[in-house]
Design a binder for this molecule. Sequence first.
Ligand code: NDP
Ligand code: DGY
Length: 330
Amino acid sequence: WGPAVGAAMSVFVTRRIPAEGLRVLTQASGCRVQQWDSEEPVPRAELLAGVAGTRGLLCLLSDRIDREVLDAAGPDLKVISTLSVGFDHLALDEIKKRGIRVGYTPDVLTDATAELSVALLLSMCRRLPEAAEQVKSGGWTTWKPLWMCGYGLSDSTVGIIGLGRIGQAVARRLKPFGVRKFLYTGSGPKPESAAEFGAEFVPLTRLAEESDFVVVTCALTPATQGMCNKDFFSRMKKTSVFINTSRGAVVNQEDLYDALANGQIAAAGLDVTTPEPLPTDHPLLSLKNCVILPHIGSATYATRSTMAVLAANNLLAGLRGEPMPHELKL
Ligand code: NDP
Ligand code: DGY
């Protein structure tokens, strides 16, 4: 590939994406596609070179799209389409100032991400990774009444931080397990969303104190950054389980480590960390009661394919000056 030049609809794609999505772009009339065709992130210098003069940018959550990138792109850049529902990697103020439109991928990944959140919760509350390890290591000597016990969902209280699309989909999946009470936090009560679960809007402190299971499904914003910290974990029950499938930076990882190591909470399951990837010598990885997944919330074949097609269609619609299937209101 080389630097983008001239074409009416030149676009730069920052990674190898599912073929169905790329095809939408390559088959669109007048669309000239340049791509960082690799499984690995585009190096910053290549990103800066690749965006120069393009009208459209299809990026990933691992690409920091800030003033430097926008300056490198120049005034022709009209549309940014991210292959994600999260948009904390985009400098929205700068983007808005330049009149650039933004597309994203809500809804299509909600089910997959909710499913993964529930999978992580069940794995941790019933200690599946630890138990499976015992089978391999010979720790399984006989059936023991007091061995490998965990915590069940029946009659429990579940606290959801951010009752948005994914938060509601998590609650919908957990309800049939016999959850007694749902609590939630956010920027304000959402009676219409909460009604289906009889969920109660509470301050974060009360959610921490009363929940047996906490699931974080909010967006990363200045208000949510570092929100799950020492104070939060110290209020949680010793028997409680903490799950984060939103963004790593919502959690203060040192405080989480202390809470897990000191028995302040029972277990944690994280699909997202800071940084990503988490260094393999990170202290959290030394804990038996913590499992970390490599940000696979939306990783089903069908979901990733649908996300790619949606991101491509957002980009094309934006370039044509048409309404996007999913445009982020700036
Ligand atoms: P939504 O916009 O539907 O939901 C975001 C929620 O965050 C809203 O309910 C919002 O509540 C809540 N929120 C905002 N501020 C606060 C706050 N201060 N305290 C508590 N909650 C707050 O987005 P989605 O449900 O579609 O996605 C949520 C996030 O999940 C994404 O932003 C992304 O970061 C992450 N994600 C991770 C994936 C993974 O692979 N692990 C996959 C997909 C998404 P309110 O409306 O009250 O402000
Ligand atoms: C998102 O979409 O924000 C996820 O983190 C990846 O699907």
